[in-house]
Every structure is written in C-alpha cells, then in structure tokens.
Design a protein around this ligand. Structure first.
Ligand code: IVH
Length: 733
C-alpha cells in the first residue's frame, strides 16, 4: 500500500469508526456488532502503526467514545474514566499477563476476574457517605451530570453504610434487566409502537432522557465494580474494594474470582462463561484486573485504557436451525436484501425466526441454499445473522440462490425495474440489485419511517408498521405529506386486519401530532438528513447545515458547485500533467501548453481553497456535492421543496450569525491558563470568527498561552497582534 492509499484508507476508517462511536455512545443505537466494530478499529490501529506519519490525536483510536448529549450539565471527573482493551482469545489474554510480568518484574501476580456488564458506565461521587453526583463517562475527563436520573434507581443507596471516605468516586454500570426490557416492549407492542432492540441500548437511551419522571417509569438497575478518586485512600486491592462496596451497601457483581497467575485466571474466565447467562444483567465478557492497587499504579495506563486490566470477550451465541425460505426486503434506498426465514429457534434469551443474509454475494460465498441446516449467530445486540451452512447434510436438488430469478427480474413490492448497483458493504464494495422506482411503496415507507426516526426528526410513535400503513392507504407519498394526515385519520388507523383490528388510538395519534409539530422548528441539518438525500449522512448533513442558510441556498449552492469545480481542476491537473505517463503529451509544444495550463490550474485551485472552500471538511466532497445538487434538481427533489413551501416549513441553517469576531482569524498557540483549547476555539467560532493553523499576514490575532512556540515568533515578526486569555475574554465581552 502506498502512503497515499494508506492515508485515504485511514481517513475512511476514522470517519467510519467515529460514526459507529456516535451511534453507540451518543445515540445508543449501534448498527454493527461489537465484534465488527473491533475489527474496524483494529484495522485502523494497524494502519496507523504502519504509517505513523498519519497519526492524529483526534483519531478514534486515541480517545474513548463520547457519550455526551445536549441538555445535561457537564462535569469533570476527579479521576479520568478509562476504557478497556479487548481480547478475543487465550493467546491475547496470556500476552496481557506476559506484558505485566515484564513490567512488574515478577510472575507472581494476583488477579480478579469479574463479569463484564453490558450497560453504560457511570461514576458516582459520595462525599462523607452521601451520594452527591452521578456522571456518565463522557469523553473520559468530563461527562454529563445524570444525577436526577440515577436517583430514580431504587436499589442505589443515597447514603453509604458504615465508615465512608471523605470523597470517593465509585464506578459501575447502569443496566436494564431482561424482565424489565420485556415488560417495556410488551407495553410498546400494545400501543403499536416500534419495539426496542435490546436492554443495553434501552438503558442507555433511558438514562439520557432529560425528564427524570420518564426515567422513573422504566426500572433501571446498577452495579458497582471500580474505584476512581478516593480520599483518604482506604482500599489497597480490587478484592478489598469488592468487600468495601458490599459493606457500604452498594449493589455488586453476582460473582467474582480472586486468582493467582494466568492459568487460574483463564479457568475462572471459563467458569464465568458457564454462569453468566443466569445473571440479571447482560454480560459479553470477563474483566481481568490486577488485584493489587500498588501494582496497578506501577503498571499505569495509556490515554485510553489501563495496562493493568483487560476485557476478554466471549464468542457470540450460536444455534442451528433449518432455512425455510429466503424472502426479499426492499429498503428505503430501494436495495433488495435477502432475509432468512428460519424454523424458530431459541438463542440468547429470545426466539429467532428471521435473520439477515446481508447480500447475494455473501449467500454465494457461504454456499447457503433454501432447505439447508444453517448456523445463526446473535452478536449481543444487533439482528441475528446466518453464519454458515452444512453442505454435507444438504438435501439432494437444493438450488443455488439467485436473487434476480427469485424476484422474477422485478421489484417484489412494486413490480418495477431493478438494476445492478455498487454498494458499500462491511467487506468493501459489493454489488446489489436496486429497485429503480423512487415511488415504490417499500421505498416510500422506508423513507417515512426514517424521516420520523430519532436520529432524524424524532417524530416518536411512528414506527415501521404505521409508516407502511400510511403508505399503503396512499395517505403519504413523500414524508412531509405526513403533515396533511388528520388527527382523526391517525386515531382510527387500523394496524391490524379486518378480522382482528388494532386501532392506533386517540392517545398515540395526539402524541404523534405534537411530535410532528415540534419537528417544524428543527434546523436545516436535521431536515436535510431526514429527507434521505442520496449520499447525505448525518455528519454530512450537519456540515451542510452549517454552511447554508436554508433549502433555497442549498439547492443553488455556490459552495457545492465550487467543490465540483475543484474536483474537475484536480482531475485535469492529474490527467493533463506535462509529464504524465498515463496520458503523455504528444510533442514539446503540447508539453509547454500543459505547463502553462498547470500554472493557471494551480492559481484557480489556490483561489478556491483560500476562498469559498476554506475550512470545508472532507465530508463535503464531490460525490456529496453532485448528489445533493442533482437530487434537488430532480423531479422528486423539487416535489419535496414545493411541499415544504406549502407547509410553510423553512428550516434555518446553523450558519454563524455576525458576532464580535466576524471577519477575524485567530491562531492559537501554547496552553491557556483556564480555558481548554477546544473551548477557546468554540468561543471564536460562536462569535463568528475563524481559527487557522498557521500565522500569516492575514491573521488578526494570535491567542497565546504558556509555552507558546514558533507561532508566537512568527506573529511578532509579521506584526500580528498577540493577546492572552484575559484580553481574549475582554474582547468577547
Ligand atoms: S473496570 C479502568 N469492570 O467496560 C477501567 N469495567 O469496555 C475501569 N465494564 O468503561 C473499568 N463491566 O464501563 C470494569 N467489571 C467491570 C466492568 C467494566 C463492564 C465496562 C466499563 C468500561 C467498559 C470498557
């Protein structure tokens, strides 16, 4: 791999991992399994190790996932909350022990082995035995203050029993029991609402609600297992901590082992695997911790995780069953995906009768045929997947699966044309069949469901079933048509059958109407994302929303046209280079012409990059630009815009309004006495200013702190005004 290729790959992986971090920590709605996530992250870490020149402090490999959401107060942890490194096999676990024996110069090490609870991390601060605060892990150094919500947890004592330290941070995990999860889902099913995916995400989603009365309605649980800051130091080992936690009256893990050496640790990991399914909380692994705190301190930690502890992840549960049929689902983008219809089988506490088969290539690669005995896997949270077939036990005459033939060459929902397209899959680019009809019922329902989803406009109460019904009855063609559906129509919507009616109901309908009205005031970025513009994902929508005032400006965007122009120039520069090997110049005269043209191109590129495209992030690339402009010029795109106008919906972009720093460019250098760098940058941006990396004559201010480097010298040399934090705050006021 060349460095350039590596760089592209690294950037792609960083974006991808960051997106999954966002989904998992902030949204509590992961889309891939932990295992798949770890694979992605490992490939990124490997590449970064191979190409250290592309290391970056803000790479997802260098920081813990951020769970902070808007609406909560942020609080600093007294001691940083770290994450754990994962291992998947015995060899990796033993390597952990070997590292420690070298580091501590002894192989007589004691460990504790504990269940790894699948919930969300929390830090509780008790002062003189009284619970005063509960904070999420956040970015590790500071998190969201969720005290009010944590106080709804019945099993958590507000007052520690017995003697307590003056100040202590106790860390643990908030979770939802399987029983409570099932109770909630039964309630939702009765109300025709979308079911929650799993206890972990439901617990995470619940704790991030702003209204603690709502939180109290869902019974959350908690378990404590680790120590943060503690003053005075009263605990010397993990085993002692476990005893102290119990003595203080706190809920602790159901079972843990104190062992000597890695052989005993490995045996305990095996015992835990046998027991863990009987626990109240989900466990997906074991945590092995060095027992002695003094040794823990010696071993230390990296920025992200301690060297003295490691998580061992168990293999996901699998089961065998018969593949009855393969049906085809059509998603919101029209992609036809195969679904396995299975003989129902029990797996990880639930009955499974459908599983994903990913795509046609995957079915071929795994040689899966209808009628086969198959192995399915449920990787913790996500949809179960078919892992493999057993061709040796196959019935005679089983046919290879052919998706095109299975659907008779047409979309199984609308009967329209289908075409072969490239799609991104987990294993790289693959091919899939796609329904070409934008107005296909399945696509319409998919888009409507997405429009209302929490990540989009959060119109709660409109799940898949309701979306499909509204489309089926032709009440909604494009998502915004939802605004025309009357309250009475919604209230009397029959989600069941004629024989067994199940009415949506007055209460649900009223809630939905309130939610759709609330969505009117959401910003451009949310609306743009909600309308399913091809290639525009969440972060792209956010970046576009920051740079356009409204839909009118976006659909005729100078910025997007500049992005396309830049791409065209770069392309020309490459193919028309005077010394191009691929496309050599015919003669010297042409070479000269190309040289002259290159000077022009360079100048045009510089003008774009220093002008309209300054600070435009990689999310807004030529593919996004082309796709956005094309979509809003197309018939469906124009139809949407007209509809929004009729509905009087004109969401504003989050363009910085003119502020005290409008037109001013800042360069930051050194450490400020009280403000973190990001904080200062945020303030500059919020006041309409810009932040740049290098000092030039155009720089308005250099904001300098302690140990400022060469930028300060440069500023003095160019006569740029240098200010300190105090002056900066003065200017802001
Ligand atoms: S100890 C310095 N013990 O797993 C590390 N963590 O993947 C302190 N977790 O952030 C963590 N069960 O939220 C520890 N028995 C256990 C755990 C546990 C679950 C979570 C914790 C941590 C995450 C890392």
């Amino acid at each position: 791999m060349t460095p350039a290729e590596a760089y592209t790959k690294i950037s792609m992986l960083r974006t991808e991992v960051a997106q999954h971090d966002e989904l998992y920590y902030r949204g509590a709605r992961p889309e891939i399994s932990d295992f798949e996530y770890d694979v992605l992250k490992h490939s990124l870490a490997d590449l970064e190790a191979q190409f250290p020149q592309f290391a970056a402090a803000d790479s997802p490999t260098q920081r813990v996932g951020d769970d902070r959401v808007q609406g909560f107060k942020e609080v600093a942890h007294r001691q940083k909350m770290l994450s754990l490194d994962n291992t998947y096999n015995e060899t990796e676990l033993r390597a952990f022990h070997t590292r420690l024996t070298k580091l501590l110069e002894t192989d007589d090490l004691r460990y504790t082995v504990e269940p790894k609870i699948d919930g969300l991390a929390v830090s509780l601060t008790y002062e003189d035995g009284r619970l005063i605060r509960a904070v999420t892990r956040g970015k590790g150094d500071r998190g969201d203050d969720i005290t009010a919500n944590v106080l709804t947890i019945a099993s958590l004592p507000r007052q520690l029993s017995g003697a307590a330290p003056r100040v202590v941070e106790i860390r643990g995990e908030i979770y939802m029991t399987q029983a409570e999860f099932e109770r909630l889902n039964a309630e939702r099913a009765a109300a025709g609402e979308e079911l929650y995916a799993n206890p972990r995400n439901t617990a995470a989603g619940t704790i991030k609600q702003l209204d603690s009365a709502e939180v109290a309605k869902r019974k959350l649980s908690i378990v404590l297992y680790s120590l943060g800051y503690c003053e005075p130091e009263v605990v010397r080992s993990q085993t002692e901590l476990q005893e102290k936690l119990s003595a203080w009256g706190l809920p602790v893990v159901e079972k843990y082992w104190t062992v000597r050496g890695i052989d005993e640790a490995w045996a305990a990991v095996g015992e835990l695997d046998q027991l863990r399914r009987t626990f109240a909380y989900g466990t997906d692994g074991a945590v092995v911790k060095l027992n002695d705190f003094e040794q823990q301190r010696t071993a230390g930690a990296t920025d992200k995780s301690p060297r003295w502890a490691i998580a061992y992840k168990y293999k996901p549960d699998t089961a065998r069953t018969r593949l009855r049929a393969i049906t085809i689902q059509v998603g919101k983008t029209g992609i036809l995906s195969p679904v396995a219809e299975l003989e129902p089988v029990h797996l990880s506490l639930s009955t499974i009768s459908r599983a994903t088969l990913h795509n046609e290539d995957e079915i071929r690669r795994k040689d899966i045929r209808v009628g086969d005995l198959v192995e399915i896997e449920r990787a913790g949270e996500v949809i179960p997947a078919v892992l493999r077939s057993f061709p040796e036990e196959r019935m005679a005459g089983a046919q290879e699966f052919d998706l095109f033939a299975a659907v008779g060459g047409n979309c199984p929902v609308c009967g329209g044309k289908i075409a072969r397209v490239d799609v991104d899959t987990e294993s790289g680019v693959g091919a899939a069949w796609k329904c070409q009809n934008y107005d296909c019922r399945a696509q319409r329902a998919g888009r409507l469901g997405f429009f209302c989803s929490r990540r989009a406009l959060a119109i709660d109460g409109l799940g898949e079933t309701v979306a499909a019904k509204l489309v089926e009855l032709d009440l909604v063609r494009d998502p915004p048509d939802l605004y025309d559906v009357l309250l009475e129509t919604l209230a009397t919507l029959n989600l069941g059958t004629a024989e067994e009616p199940r009415v949506f109901g007055e209460k649900n309908a009223t809630k939905l109407v309130a939610a759709r009205e609330a969505a009117r005031s959401l910003p451009l970025e949310k609306w743009l994302f909600a309308l399913s513009v091809p290639d525009v994902g969440e972060s792209t929508a956010r970046e576009l929303g920051r740079r356009h005032r409204n839909f009118a400006q976006l659909t005729d965007s100078k910025l997007l046209r500049a992005v396309l122009q830049r791409a065209a120039l770069e392309d020309e520069k490459e193919t028309q280079s005077p010394n191009s090997k691929k496309n050599p110049a015919k003669d010297d005269a042409e070479k000269e012409r190309r040289k002259a043209r290159r000077v022009e191109i360079e100048a045009e590129l510089a003008m774009l990059n220093d002008g309209i495209l300054r600070g435009v992030p990689s999310e807004i690339g030529p593919a996004v630009a082309a796709s956005t402009l094309e979509f809003f010029a197309s018939e469906p795109g124009r139809r949407l815009l007209v509809k929004l106008k009729t509905l009087d919906i004109d969401p504003p972009g989050t363009v910085m309004e003119a502020g005290v720093f409008t037109g001013k460019t800042f360069v930051l250098t050194g450490t400020l006495p009280t403000m973190r760098r990001e904080e200062a940058e945020q303030k500059i941006l919020a006041a309409g200013g810009k932040v740049s990396g290098g000092v030039s004559k155009k720089t308005s201010f250099v904001l300098a702190g302690a140990e400022a480097g060469s930028k300060l010298d440069k500023a003095r040399e160019l006569g740029v005004r240098v200010i300190d934090e105090a002056e900066f705050s003065q200017l802001l006021r």
